[in-house]
Ligand binder design. Sequence first.
Ligand SMILES: Cc1ncc(COP(=O)(O)O)c(C=O)c1O
Length: 407
Amino acid sequence: MNEKHAAPDVTGLIHHPYVPPAGFAAPQPGVFKASTVYFPSVAAMRQFEWKDKSAYTYGLHGTPTTYTLEERLCALEGGSQCLLVPSGLSALATVALALLKTGDEVLIPDNAYGPNKALAEGELRHYGISHQYYDPMDPDDLSARMNERTRLVWLEAPGSVSMEFPDLPELVRRCKAHSVTCALDNTWGAGLAFKPFDLLGDGLLGVDISAHALTKYPSGGGDVLMGSIVTCDAALHLKIKLCHMRLGLGVGANDAEAVLRSLPSVALRYAAHDRTARELAQWWQAQPQCAQVLHPALTGSPGHAHWQSLCGQGSGLAAGLFSVMIDARYTQAQVDAFCDGLQLFKIGYSWGGPVSLVMPYVLQTMRQRRSELLQAGTLVRFSVGLESISDLREDLQRSASEHLPLI
Ligand SMILES: Cc1ncc(COP(=O)(O)O)c(C=O)c1O
């Protein structure tokens, strides 16, 4: 064959002998992508143990990138083992599937993240696992509902959308008194507002599991879906890890890298979201269209005292979320028009990104019971981004004066 048209050495392109020098060091950890990982020998393949992260066996079971992110998330939350999953919701679902079997019961706060309740009403019920919704603001209600079939209690602080802050240490004590595993959806606290495994700061009281939607603050970009499951108990971790492996859950290396890149700034971003949210929540308190502002750091918001004792060191820490109960004299159509009229606040789900979001909710369809802590009205949830406070305030002011006329 003509030398000019010789076939390329494809084998050489695949099995190239070059090995880059060791010792590369830079701010960001490397992005390792793999389904297959190589074993140096058959003997090594038979011997390698992936469960304790002492080796690599298959991309789904871990790479240097995912191991690194897991360890950093343990540091964020004060745990000792971590599993990564493809979304916050899959963190909640994996915990339930790992710990519950036919005949068991799970207790869920009535103000929990909606899809966690939908999982109980759907797949869990279908598998013969029952559920009850408890009043998170009444620890006696939780205790009264625990029975010999209760295997898992979900906790959330504050509750989704309506933002009531429960007495978390007391709810955990009630679970411990009944020897029932308690799992916290710690997306709001993010490992920053309080320490889930050391609630009182004395090392004596903590949740068993912290599930976290990394989609929100750890990602911080509104562009990644991921979740984590952190524990301090090796046996509990292994039980969930085996289920996680059998379900085939994993995360992409580029997404893990995006979270690793955002993680160093998470505390700064969280504090900035908090500052703006509190200012806007206080502004709403002075508006005549507003019947109630739901933000745990505001005096008078349901559970404020519980927030104060758990997160209130100094001026305390809270995430960038709050809800406003628009007075009942305004119609749903007027409230919807107010949301549509906002320019900087986009209409969208989720939170923790740079862009402020707004979402009206019909609370009656989301709760088993009506809470006496909530005023009548139409609820609008705000997720505050990183824009300037005065621009956001102006946006609210303009749309409110256009669409919620003083009556
Ligand atoms: C409290 C809470 N937990 C879990 C999730 C689920 O996270 P993801 O969107 O990553 O599934 C959300 C999402 O909004 C949430 O608000």
